[in-house]
Ligand binder design. Structure first.
Ligand SMILES: Cc1ncc(COP(=O)(O)O)c(C=O)c1O
Length: 488
C-alpha cells in the first residue's frame, strides 16, 4: 500500500484500533486551562453562548472545523509565492487547475466563503414560491434560500434522525419522498435538488453514491438540476470508501470525481474542504457559469479572486490536492470514531455511526430533565465548558428559528457538537474530553436549562445572549470542586 493511501487508524498489539497522528507537529500554539471559577465567569460574560467566548478563556476549541483545520507545510509555503494581481493572477490559475483536477469541473468562481456561494446560487436560481428538496438544511443555506423566497424540504430517510443506528448512510435522500415532492409541486417550481456531503446538522452523516445516482436519475427524468454542497466532501468520500462495497478499492480521488460528475453545480466552503479560508462555485455547464458569474463580480470581487486573498487562494489550491489524500481526510473521522465509541461504551448517548466534523452528543438523551424549550444542547455546551474549558457548539433549537407567531421551532435533534478540526488535537486531549464528558454525565442532574435574554432575529445562535434558568452553574461548580479539589 502506498503512503498516500494510509488511513489514520492502526491496530495496536492489544487488539485495539487507535487513531494515530500521521503527521508531526512543528508549529504550536500555547493553550491555557483556567480554574473553573474563571471558566464560569467567562461563560456568564458570554451570555451562555459559546460563540461569544474569547479564545483566551478556552482550552480546547471544538466549536468548529471551519477555518480551524491545521494547514500543511506545503500549504504554508505555497502562500509565499502568491501572485498579487487584481485580474489574471497566477494564484487563481493554480486554484483553477487544482479544482479542475480534483472535482473535474471546467469553470471555477472563487467566493469569500461558503455562504457567499449560497447567496449567489440562491439569488441566481430561486424565485418566490420555489421549493428546494435536500437531504438536510444547513443554517446559512436555509437563511439564504428563504430570503430569496424559497421553501426547503428535508426529505431524509427514516434512519437519519435516529441517534443510534447502524445505517452507514444517514445522509441519504429518501427517493420516494423526492418523487412525491416533484409530483406535488411540479418540476417547474423546483430550481434544484441540493445534496449536502457529510450532512452537517445531523451529525456529519454521509450519503452513498448509490443514493446520489438515484437522485441524479430522478433529476434527469424531470430536467431538474443537482447542486452539491461539497464543504465536507472529502470525509463523505472517505465514508463511501469505508462503507460502500463497490468503492472499497477505489481511490478517494476517483470517488470525488464520481460524486462531482453526478452534480450540475458544486459549491463549497474552503474553510472546511481545503483547510483554508474562502470558497468557490464550480460547474461544467457554461450556461450555469454565466448565470452566476456576474453575481460573483457584483458581490465578491473580480473572478480571479472573489473576495479571497491570493495567499489563501494558493493554500486552497494545495489543500484541494490534499483532500484526495486518505491520510489527511481520515484523521478527523478516526478521532471522532474513537471518542464516540468510548462515550457510547460508557452509556453516554452519541450519534452513531460516528460521522464527519465532530463527535455529536445527543442532549435530550443526556439531559432528559431539561425541556426542549429550555435548550438542552445550549445548556450542555455551557456546562461542558464550565467543567472542562472545552468549547463545543450548540446544534439544536437555539440554532433553529421562530415561526410566524414567534414560537420556537423545536429542532429535530438537540446536539452538542465537539468538532475535530483536522490534525489539531492529540489523543491525550481527546482522552481529557472523554473524562470530563463522563464526569458531567455522572453529574447531569445538576445541569439546568437556559432562556434567551437578547435574541437577534436572524441566525440568533451567533450573537444571542442567554441566562441560566436557576443557579445550576454555581451548584455544578461546587460539585466539581468537591470532586477535583484544587485541580484545574
Ligand atoms: C455544509 C456547509 N455548507 C455551507 C457552510 C457555510 O460556509 P461558510 O461558513 O464558509 O460561510 C458550512 C459552514 O460550516 C457548512 O458546513
Amino acid at each position: 500500500m502506498s503512503n498516500e493511501t494510509q488511513s489514520c487508524t492502526v491496530k495496536f498489539a492489544s487488539g485495539q484500533n487507535i487513531p494515530l497522528e500521521l503527521h508531526k507537529v512543528r508549529v504550536v500554539q500555547k493553550l491555557f486551562l483556567h480554574p473553573i471559577e474563571r471558566r464560569l465567569k467567562a461563560m456568564r460574560d458570554a451570555g451562555f453562548n459559546t460563540f461569544q467566548l474569547s479564545t483566551t478563556d478556552v482550552f480546547l476549541d471544538m466549536l468548529t472545523d471551519s477555518g480551524t483545520n491545521a494547514m500543511s507545510d506545503n500549504q504554508i509555503s505555497a502562500m509565499l509565492r502568491a501572485d498579487d494581481a487584481y485580474a489574471g493572477s497566477q494564484s487563481f490559475a493554480r486554484m483553477h487547475a487544482a479544482v479542475k483536477e480534483v472535482f473535474g469541473t471546467e469553470y471555477v468562481l472563487p467566493v469569500h466563503q461558503g455562504r457567499a456561494a449560497e447567496n449567489i446560487i440562491s439569488q441566481a436560481f430561486i424565485k418566490k414560491g420555489d421549493v428546494i428538496p435536500m437531504n438536510y438544511h444547513f443554517t446559512t443555506t436555509k437563511a439564504h434560500m428563504e430570503i430569496n423566497g424559497g421553501r426547503l424540504f428535508e426529505i431524509y430517510t427514516d434512519e437519519a434522525l435516529k441517534i443510534k443506528s447502524d445505517c452507514p448512510f444517514k445522509g441519504n435522500i429518501d427517493t420516494n419522498k423526492l418523487r412525491a415532492l416533484i409530483k406535488e409541486y411540479s418540476p417547474a417550481r423546483i430550481p434544484f435538488i441540493r445534496l449536502e456531503a457529510s450532512t452537517n446538522l445531523i451529525g456529519g452523516q454521509p450519503f452513498s453514491i448509490e443514493n446520489m445516482r438515484e437522485v441524479r436519475r430522478i433529476a434527469d427524468e424531470h430536467g431538474i438540476m443537482v447542486v452539491l454542497d461539497a464543504s465536507l466532501i472529502g470525509e463523505n468520500a472517505y465514508f463511501v470508501k469505508q462503507r460502500e462495497a463497490e468503492f472499497k478499492n477505489t481511490s478517494i480521488k476517483d470517488i470525488l470525481l464520481v460524486m462531482c460528475g453526478l452534480s450540475d453545480l458544486i459549491y463549497f466552503s474552503s474553510r472546511k474542504v481545503s483547510s483554508t479560508r474562502g470558497g468557490a462555485i464550480c460547474t461544467n455547464r457554461k450556461d450555469l457559469y454565466l448565470k452566476v458569474r456576474d453575481l460573483v463580480v457584483l458581490f465578491e470581487g473580480f473572478v480571479t479572486y472573489g473576495g479571497m486573498s491570493v495567499r489563501e487562494i494558493e493554500a486552497l489550491a494545495v489543500g484541494m490536492y490534499e483532500t484526495t489524500d486518505e491520510t489527511v481526510i481520515s484523521q478527523s473521522p478516526s478521532f471522532i470514531a474513537h471518542l464516540a465509541t468510548k462515550l457510547d461504551q460508557r452509556g453516554i448517548p452519541v450519534i452513531l455511526p460516528p460521522g464527519a466534523l465532530g463527535c455529536h452528543i445527543d442532549c435530550m438523551g443526556f439531559l432528559p430533565h431539561v425541556p426542549q424549550a429550555q435548550y438542552p444542547a445550549g445548556a450542555l455546551a455551557a456546562a461542558l465548558f464550565i467543567v472542562s474549558g472545552v468549547r463545543g457548539m450548540e446544534r439544536g433549537t437555539i440554532s433553529s428559528v421562530r415561526d410566524d407567531k414567534g414560537n420556537d421551532v423545536l429542532a429535530d435533534v438537540e446536539l452538542l457538537r465537539l468538532a475535530f478540526p483536522r490534525r489539531v488535537f492529540t489523543l491525550s486531549q481527546t482522552e481529557y474530553v472523554l473524562d470530563r464528558v463522563t464526569w458531567l454525565h455522572q453529574n447531569r442532574s445538576l445541569v439546568g436549562g437556559l432562556k434567551f435574554v437578547d435574541e437577534p432575529a436572524v441566525l440568533r445562535f451567533f450573537m444571542g445572549r442567554l441566562d441560566a434558568v436557576s443557579d445550576w452553574p454555581e451548584k455544578l461548580m461546587a460539585k466539581f470542586r468537591a470532586d477535583f479539589g484544587d485541580s484545574l
